[in-house]
Design a protein around this ligand. Sequence first.
Ligand code: BG6
Length: 520
Amino acid sequence: MTRFVTPEGVNPLRRGLIEDRTGDACAVVIFGASGDLTRRKLMPALYNLAVSRSLPSGFAVVGVARRPKPGDQFRTEMHEGVSAFSRRKPVDSAVWADFERGISYVQGAFDEAKTYTDLKAHLEELDKERGTRGNALYYLAVPPAEFGIIVKNLREAGLVAPPSAHREGGPWTRVVIEKPFGHDLASAQVLNDTIASTFDESQVFRIDHYLGKETVQNLLVFRFANSLFEPIWNREHVDHVQITVAEDIGVEGRGKFYEQTGVTKDIVENHLMQLLCLTAMEPPISLAADAVRDEKVKVLRSLRPMERSLVQENVVRGQYGRGFVRGEEAHGYREEPDVAKDSRVDTFLAMRVFVDNWRWGGVPFYVRAGKRLARRVTEIAIQFKKVPHTLFRAPDGGISPNVLAMRIQPDEGIALRFTTKEPGQHTILRDVAMDFRYGTAFGSNTPEAYERLLLDAMRGEATLFTRRDEVEGQWEYIDRVFEAWHAEANAPPPIYPAGSWGPDQADDLIARDGRRWRKP
Ligand code: BG6
């Protein structure tokens, strides 16, 4: 069939229609389907795609896990998950009835060949019944230690089509994996090699769910669809940048996991580094996946390595102790279940980072992330330089610099702070903000990150997924922070009270440069 398309591949008659965002016909096969991720995130996301009519007509979702789920048990559990966690409530019974027909379950152990022969027969059946065209999106919702055995068995069962098959008009196969992508550079490389033993990089979709957030995507639009900001987005005009990823929750029963990761590996290495890259990167030549990812990788390569001599003045770690969060008493980290009583794991990290290139030479990026902080807020703040000469006798002896604050969550929006004259006979200066809020402008029921990401994976659009060299570049930087830390400081992290903004040392880090953290 000939499709009428523009050079960008868009049918102009369908532009703006919901169907423009429909995924390719396929079966989404979830390994680890009895886990929390499937119930809380994946199924609600797929259901919401069904509500917005974004799923292809040839669609099926297959759960694969060890536990037997006789009869309709899997569908019933998925319905419960969607009822509890969908952003649209209550569940629309007509949409569910239709969506549910595509849900099925294959029981089996991941290390048994039979699981895969069963899966193969099932997928062939589904292809006939539901028109999935042999396309398969494998979602590995399992611990990374199980990736190897699954991809090997998929390959040996003939369940993986090479990219060339799709180029020649045949079916496609893709694989989606979740963080943690290893716990350091070496383990990330092993993991990547494992996946690469079976899949070409173009078939691999690594999820960093931050990239699926509307406001993170808007960073690209804000920077590159407006002519106002890009000319001043550089060392000539920017004094410094602050990136904050603050959570008020603690480790929420994930003590065992946190003892292995800490905030640096859980949040900084991935979500925060992605925000840094999107803020600092050069304009890509297009929005094609590799064009955007090339620019992000260049930022990672420009980061000034954290040498031993630099770590003391540039890195502050912290761990939460007892305190009060939103008026309620909170335990200290070492009192959490599965956490060692003398744990040295970080739940807070603040760093001064430099991007050594022509755009950013000499501009500090102060970044911080932590659990059990005063409130939940993720934001990027660009602080511009002071005016070169003060004409006004301001009472506080100076004029506040302009700040552009991009609020990723919650209260998503963008605010620009500038100075005005207070009405009256005297020239009194006052800071005001120009405030754009998503909720007010567009309503607040924005899609969940997983909706966008699953749909993009079904369409083969990889721009919002992390490429191998990106993941490895992130680890390379973080590994050096740890090495430098252990070689030079290696002290237990200072304790900060739950409900505060982190240890005092974090304030000292920025105060040494004559600056202070924003209180977002
Ligand atoms: C996850 C981390 O990747 O991101 C969690 O493992 C953290 O520790 C979560 O709480 C934060 O995500 P969000 O979308 O709530 O900001």
